[in-house]
Design a protein around this ligand. Structure first.
Ligand code: ITT
Length: 202
């Protein structure tokens, strides 16, 4: 049994993570390039992650009747509630590269050592077959911002994020370890339960 889904993202790292989480369940995930889709150019101006995921999904729905999965994710810093969150990918665009963006966050805490370093990664998924019915699933990964970055695996803000569950930097985990505790892994578990109930996967 093989079920095919198109992922509404222009982020290759997200595609790679979703693929490795969903493939063992008989799901073939296509990226936009695989189906010759144009780059998604949408205004992610929703006031929740779910709304932004829905905006991405509905933009793509105009172009295809394929089952679509869209994700909006972000990193929330308890001490700086408006800095990243819904603007997480935009924040890094203000820096030369992701590494510089990561260092800028560590510096914020270095300059304010008494601040709580608690942080949470959030993932919101919006899924639709082709019948107009939209389904939503979410996941969270609690943690805190490390005192220095670790560059080994992962992408984005993984190098500065310490998982509370593992007490280790997420960038030091292997793929399987990250997927078992990540915001994306947890949201995908809920999606998989839904697809099983619908009889679309085993
Ligand atoms: P699309 O909108 O095209 O999907 P994007 O990268 O802009 O791609 P988001 O709007 O969801 O995606 O932004 C989420 C950002 O949060 C992403 O660019 C990463 O920097 C960061 N992020 C999300 N999940 C992450 C993870 O598992 N590890 C590290 N950083 C992550």
């Amino acid at each position: 049994m093989n079920f095919e889904i198109l992922l509404a993202t222009s982020n290759a790292h997200k595609l790679e993570e979703f693929r490795r989480i969903l493939a063992p369940h008989g799901i073939t995930l296509y990226g936009m390039n695989d189906l010759n889709m144009p780059l998604l150019e949408v205004n992610e101006d929703g006031d929740t992650y779910f709304k932004n995921a829905q905006i991405k999904l509905l933009a793509l729905r105009k172009l295809t009747s394929f089952p679509i999965l869209a994700d909006d994710s972000g990193l929330e810093l308890e001490a700086f509630p408006n800095l990243l969150g819904l603007h997480t990918s935009r924040y890094a665009k203000g820096y030369k590269d992701q590494k510089e963006a990561n260092e800028s966050i560590i510096k914020l805490y270095d300059n304010n050592p008494s601040l709580k370093r608690d942080a949470t990664f959030k993932c919101a998924l919006c899924f639709s077959l082709n019948d107009g019915d939209l389904r939503y699933f979410d996941g969270k990964m609690p943690g805190f911002i490390g005192k220095k970055a670790t560059y080994a695996h992962g992408f984005g803000y993984d190098p500065i994020f310490i998982s509370k569950e593992k007490n280790l930097c997420v960038a030091s985990l292997n793929d399987e370890e990250k997927d078992a505790i990540s915001h994306r892994g947890k949201a995908c578990k809920k999606l998989l339960t839904y697809l099983k109930i619908k009889g679309l996967i085993k």
